[in-house]
Design a protein around this ligand. Sequence first.
Ligand SMILES: Nc1ncnc2c1ncn2[C@@H]1O[C@H](COP(=O)(O)OP(=O)(O)OP(=O)(O)O)[C@@H](O)[C@H]1O
Ligand SMILES: [Mg+2]
Length: 277
Amino acid sequence: MLRQFSYDFRLLTADSYSHDLRLTTYDYKGGSAMTRSILIASGKGGVGKSTVASRLGRLLSEKGQKTLLVDCDAGLSSLDVMLGVAEDVAFNWYDAYLGRCEAAEAVVHTENGPDLLPAPSAVLPEQAPDAVKNAVDALADDYDVVIIDAPAGLSTGLDRAARAAKKAVVVATADEVSVKGAAALAKTVTEKGVEQCRLLINRYDVKAAKKGKLLTVDDIIDKTAVQLLGIVPEDPEITYSTVTGKRGDKNKSAKAFARIVERIDGNNVPLNLKLLK
Ligand SMILES: Nc1ncnc2c1ncn2[C@@H]1O[C@H](COP(=O)(O)OP(=O)(O)OP(=O)(O)O)[C@@H](O)[C@H]1O
Ligand SMILES: [Mg+2]
């Protein structure tokens, strides 16, 4: 009951809620390749990392930011499909690491959208810890922002991705397993040198949370101890709109992503749970 009360109280004071949780200004502009790179990661798989990466990539490039998406999921790439360029992929960051091509030759350009540095189509035969970082370092001068889509879990693939970024968005859904994974992930990437972690709660269902069927926003922040960047609602249209590139401006999730991108772009947009319904 007390938890419910504090939840409603925060809802009524959306401005101070956003202020004290510092719905964040990442301020990625300028600086080194590492500080302009944002890792998108999660402990548990399938929580929406690649969806978030492709959405943020599209929206940032619509805002005029030259954006590079890096797919780090060797063997299970998805950004090439989500961006509609799977047929155009010739090389990837591992090819660049092995000297089969320059990093720039591996980049695939999308029409009016972000560029993509694809992942290898098979699991790597070696750890190649600096393969992603080397490619990002070689390319970053041409971009305002680099978004790195990590594989799920605390694997060597995460290590490879995390080496290239100083900022991370930790994606979690509102269930105990995912939130536990997010907490472990945030701790791990911080130990690996990521300096700013932010939490993105995906597939949130306000009604289910109020009925006690999902964790509340407060619970998730408490359990992960990561500052909130934003909340994306459960949206049955999202799979279709992600792979077709149709933004679906009227979709519930589109409004949430637009607000999150504003925060990444340094603007203090308050949290408003009512917009998620
Ligand atoms: N807000 C949402 N509402 C409903 N479905 C969603 C939402 N976000 C993502 N999904 C769906 O969840 C599924 C998994 O998403 P996605 O591939 O982005 O997850 P992932 O974390 O990248 O997975 P993996 O760990 O395998 O890389 C997809 O079908 C996607 O469309
Ligand atoms: Mg993925």
